[in-house]
Design a protein around this ligand. Structure first.
Ligand code: HEC
Ligand code: HEC
Length: 356
């Protein structure tokens, strides 16, 4: 938990302790956060393993968790570049000894995987525990988090095939993290011991006072052909936070003429309102992580599904909830925790043509 949130919650608990007064002063407003509610927020695991729940999980069990709940997005060996950058790869036996990942210094090395970058195993555990699987965060049991973390470490050859990761041996594993010595803190970017010395941030800007360049020089861009590679980012916004994805279905700059070139936008005018895409539902249930209107992502496009299963609303409603594999390829669709009502609405939209 952030060091700001914790005191805030503690303060909340104090206010709650004075519950009766509070209620008296502001009747009907709020109530005390229960200890169970505070505990549900307080899940951070620190580099010294404070906060790590007791438990364990084997590499073997982790492989099952991985294949059922993670491989569809991250690839069977954590190597996929489809939904997110690869989690595994680029680390060596040498790095495990030195604690510095040599490939990070090679500008010709294609990519930076999670195991190359992450310095603390606690971060890996914590991140998986709080944020994964992406479409159902916090749904894993403690044993599943231990085991799938062990499995990822095993893919990186950090722990052996028969390893059982637990709260008792995780500190030993930390000593084998390939990039454990790769993090610098002497950059004065946040307060630490370094700040008491003479450390300065490693960015040294000199203010330009005369004849300053006015045009920014762009040194790196996303090529046009890659802009919409993962579907329209604007349709994939997270439900929280201030970041909004660009409308990547349009060229950069949002030229109006280009909108007319989007076939689904043209079709939209003609489609009956009832058959319109339930975009809110698809986004809320994170279907958009794997499906796009008109192109294959991890799963088939809505247009292809609608074409293949025209009129088969019941079949589709069932498949949406159970998931499955083999109809479109080997990549499985994980079961979705979506209400029957919402699954039905999506299914009847697809069965009646899936108009955009
Ligand atoms: C529906 C797709 C999907 C599924 C399923 C999924 N992930 Fe992820 N995962 C992502 C995305 C997308 C990100 C990047 C999220 C972000 O940066 O906001 C990510 C990030 C991660 C990261 C952090 C990588 C980094 O370097 O920041 C880890 C570790 C991870 N996933 C592990 C798992 C594990 C373990 C599972 C299964 C329990 C899982 N994921 C299931 C999509 C998925
Ligand atoms: C983690 C990625 C992922 C997520 C999230 C996901 N799907 Fe899928 N979906 C797939 C894959 C992969 C397939 C192809 C499975 C196959 O070949 O049988 C698929 C197939 C489908 C099909 C076709 C089934 C068939 O038998 O032809 C429908 C309909 C579908 N998904 C709807 C949805 C809906 C609705 C959601 C959100 C509630 C959703 N999907 C979420 C990956 C995903």
């Amino acid at each position: 938990m952030s060091r700001f949130l914790k005191p805030a919650l503690a303060a909340l608990a104090l206010v709650a302790a004075a519950g009766v007064q509070a209620q008296g002063k502001f009747p009907g407003i709020g109530r005390a956060a229960t200890p169970a509610e505070v505990a549900a927020w307080d899940i951070d695991v620190r580099p010294d393993f404070k906060g790590l729940p007791k438990g364990s999980g084997s590499v073997a069990k982790g492989m099952e968790v991985w294949e059922g709940k993670c491989a569809s997005c991250h690839g069977v060996f954590g190597e996929s570049n489809e939904v997110f950058s690869p989690l595994v790869g680029g680390t060596t036996e040498e790095d495990i000894k030195s604690g510095r990942v040599a490939n990070l210094k090679r500008s010709d090395y294609p990519g930076r995987t999670t195991l190359m970058k992450v310095a603390t195993v606690s971060t890996l555990w914590d991140y998986i525990n709080r944020a994964m699987p992406w479409n159902a965060p916090k749904s894993l049991t403690t044993e599943e988090v231990y085991s799938v973390t062990a499995y990822l470490l095993n893919l990186g050859r950090i722990v052996p095939d028969d390893f059982v990761l637990s709260d008792r041996n995780i500190a030993e594993v930390q000593k084998r993290m390939p990039n454990r010595n790769g993090m610098a803190t002497a950059h004065a970017m946040w307060p630490g011991k370094e700040l008491q010395g003479a450390a300065k941030p490693d960015v040294a800007a000199t203010a330009c006072m005369a004849n300053c360049p006015v045009d920014a020089k762009v040194t790196s861009i996303l090529p046009d052909h890659a802009r919409n590679n993962h579907g329209n980012l604007a349709d994939q916004n997270r439900l929280v936070g201030p970041q909004r994805g660009a409308e990547t279905a349009k060229p950069a700059g949002g030229a109006v003429a280009a909108v007319a070139a989007r076939p689904q936008q043209v079709a939209q005018g003609a489609a009956p309102a009832a058959g319109k895409m339930p975009a809110d539902l698809l986004q809320k249930n994170t279907c958009t992580a794997c499906h796009a209107p008109d192109r294959k992502l991890v799963g088939p496009s809505w247009a292809d599904v609608a074409k293949k299963h025209a009129g088969k609303g019941d079949y589709l409603a069932g498949k949406i909830r159970t998931g499955g594999s083999g109809v479109w390829g080997n990549i499985p669709m994980p079961p979705q925790s979506i209400s029957a009502e919402e699954a039905n609405r999506i299914a009847s939209w697809l069965a009646s043509g899936g108009a955009p």
